[in-house]
Design a protein around this ligand. Sequence first.
Ligand SMILES: Cc1cc2nc3c(=O)[nH]c(=O)nc-3n(C[C@H](O)[C@H](O)[C@H](O)COP(=O)(O)OP(=O)(O)OC[C@H]3O[C@@H](n4cnc5c(N)ncnc54)[C@H](O)[C@@H]3O)c2cc1C
Ligand SMILES: NC(=O)c1ccc[n+]([C@@H]2O[C@H](COP(=O)([O-])OP(=O)(O)OC[C@H]3O[C@@H](n4cnc5c(N)ncnc54)[C@H](OP(=O)(O)O)[C@@H]3O)[C@@H](O)[C@H]2O)c1
Length: 366
Amino acid sequence: MQFKVIENRNMTAQDDEKDVYFIRLTYEEPADYDAGDWLLVESQNRPDLVDFVLQLLGLSGDEMIEVRRVGERTVRDALRENYELTQLNPAILNRMQREYDLDQWADRDAMMAYADGRDIVDLLQAFPQLQSLGAEFCKMLSPLSPRYYSIASSQKSAAAQSYAGRMVDLVYKKIAYHKEGRDRLGVATYQLSDLKVGDVIEGDFCANKVFKLPEDLAHNKQPLIMVGAGTGIAPYIGFMEEIAYEHPQHFANTWLFFGETREQTCFLCQDQLQSWEAQGFHLLTAFSRDQAEKVYVQDLLWQHREDVWAQLEAGGIFYLCGDKTKMAKDVEQTMKRILVEVGKIEDPDLVWKEWRRARKVQSDVY
Ligand SMILES: Cc1cc2nc3c(=O)[nH]c(=O)nc-3n(C[C@H](O)[C@H](O)[C@H](O)COP(=O)(O)OP(=O)(O)OC[C@H]3O[C@@H](n4cnc5c(N)ncnc54)[C@H](O)[C@@H]3O)c2cc1C
Ligand SMILES: NC(=O)c1ccc[n+]([C@@H]2O[C@H](COP(=O)([O-])OP(=O)(O)OC[C@H]3O[C@@H](n4cnc5c(N)ncnc54)[C@H](OP(=O)(O)O)[C@@H]3O)[C@@H](O)[C@H]2O)c1
């Protein structure tokens, strides 16, 4: 599907080390999404990165190769549109090790550790013998995947009505950093950050059935506890838009625990959140770098543990969105501590597992 850019702006202050953007897209094709779903964004590798890979492989780019499930293409087109270059899949290392008799990595964990934070150029530079494979090397590459983005809007919102519902917002962090003498730019987010009003991108909706507002909010008072850090704010904006439009009375039963680095420079969606707060929803923020000791969302949950437990006991749903590797694990640990110390639950692992199964706990972590 095609999506047209209506707005694309940096939400973080110019002097902040991270760039988080808000993008609004419209579309013509009839398609519905629910708050909590994802948009899959297609992208292409940058021409300068493709040129660098071609140069390392000693190719002009006009050579023809067979791309699996696509057909014959020039190497240049294939490197631009069909293969991952900015990420290094450990499966490539496994294949290299097998087929080229390398004895470099002891096991899969070692391969994963090596691949983390490296790209295809790193690999070609570290193992120059691969460069002589020329076009054959491309056959080892992984297919270029669309990137997932949590939708930060609802079709049932005041803003969406201006576009007959055919509007979708995202919140994305631009990946751009310098390492070992080279700029590393995320294939999707760098391309997104460069888009101007009127530009068109390709993408598709993808349903996320396990991260949803409860049905029938008009008639139930089920508390909603939303927890997220960084771009993890995205799906909650969709949830809140829908609540604001259809069930504003439910704001009183809605809590958001939001974490970012600094209030001055990184308070994502601040105006929107504060205007909803003025209508009665409970906004709690943890700005980790605004004081000597770090404060994270799980610290807020612990501070408000009696309330959090009371809302869960009253049938509340617990949502978690954002970083999978650190935040999600630490939040889960804090919640289990609350279950034990406030809820007097003996086996919090079992209860948490049951709550996940019953969708009382829902997560969108990455
Ligand atoms: C279910 C799901 C939902 C998601 N929702 C969102 C969302 O709402 N907003 C959002 O911004 N992202 C979201 N993501 C992440 C998103 O899909 C991309 O992975 C991310 O934007 C990077 O894509 P890229 O193509 O720009 O970077 P790539 O080209 O894939 O990245 C290049 C390299 O940069 C490094 N890198 C990747 N991500 C980061 C990062 N965040 N910070 C620092 N270094 C990094 C890695 O080493 C990576 O190999 C979601 C992911 C999933 C799976
Ligand atoms: N692949 C990678 O290399 C990589 C690296 C970073 C992020 N990411 C991905 O990008 C996503 C969004 O990044 P982002 O910059 O928007 O958000 P983020 O990195 O998750 O940071 C948002 C907030 O979370 C805080 N935080 C750090 N560790 C935490 C923890 N253990 N528990 C709770 N909060 C914690 C951060 O504090 P401080 O920063 O002050 O500690 C910051 O205030 C993440 O969800 C993650 O999946 C990927």
